[in-house]
Design a protein around this ligand. Structure first.
Ligand code: 5GP
Length: 193
């Protein structure tokens, strides 16, 4: 999606450790007009699927997921990072290792918000090593629900997540795929799509 690529070029900051900072428009301050264009694009890409629910993970996926959900006219559920002590039988749980914080979280969704009739679109801001998306897929499968696809704002194509998730036979659509980035020069390149 050209609009997103241009915005990343203009306002994205390449940090050491393969981290792309986009907090001025995506995951701290949020450009809702841009989110709306992203929502339109996800609807175009996944409009053929019988999606009745969107699943994301707190915190940075929530804003995008809500705007995308308006285009599908379906509810959003966000998986919560939980303290183990709070876990009980009313929850589906999985473990996710955070790429940015290098910590393992227990992540939960209440059973009443995911069930086997659900056809779920996963939405997140980044796809890096794929841990977050793999955890969300695990939650959906625990509920016996169907993963209809994964919609990502920015995929880092030089990390393994995209290959891992596509390798499971799941459709992944990323609006911008960063092919390479260099924190010394601040430059990045995108995969042609
Ligand atoms: P993964 O689980 O695929 O390794 O990483 C995905 C999660 O880590 C996303 O939910 C996102 O919040 C965070 N993340 C991964 N890479 C980046 C990055 O380069 N920049 C930012 N801002 N977040 C990232």
């Amino acid at each position: 999606m050209k609009l997103l690529e241009e915005r990343i070029r203009k306002d994205g900051i390449v940090k050491p450790g393969n981290v792309l900072k986009v907090d001025s428009f995506l995951n701290h301050q949020m450009d809702v007009e841009l989110f709306n264009e992203m929502g339109k694009e996800f609807k175009r890409l996944f409009g053929d699927r019988p999606i009745n629910k969107i699943l994301t993970i707190e915190a940075s996926g929530i804003g995008i997921a809500c705007v995308v959900a308006q285009h599908f006219q379906v509810p959003v559920v966000f998986a919560k990072k939980a303290k183990s002590i709070n876990l009980d039988g009313e929850m589906y749980t999985t473990k996710i290792e955070s790429f940015t914080h290098k910590k393992v979280y227990d992540v939960i969704v209440a059973k009443k918000f995911l069930n086997k009739e659900d056809h779920v679109l996963i939405i997140d801001d980044f796809l890096a090593n794929g841990c977050a998306v793999a955890g969300l897929i695990d939650l959906i499968q625990s509920a016996g629900a169907t993963v209809e696809g994964v919609g990502i704002a920015i995929e880092k194509g030089f990390q393994q997540g995209g290959d891992i998730i596509r390798g499971k036979g799941i459709r992944v659509e990323s609006l911008a795929i960063v092919e390479s980035m260099d924190d010394e020069t601040g430059t990045l390149s995108f995969r042609e799509q």
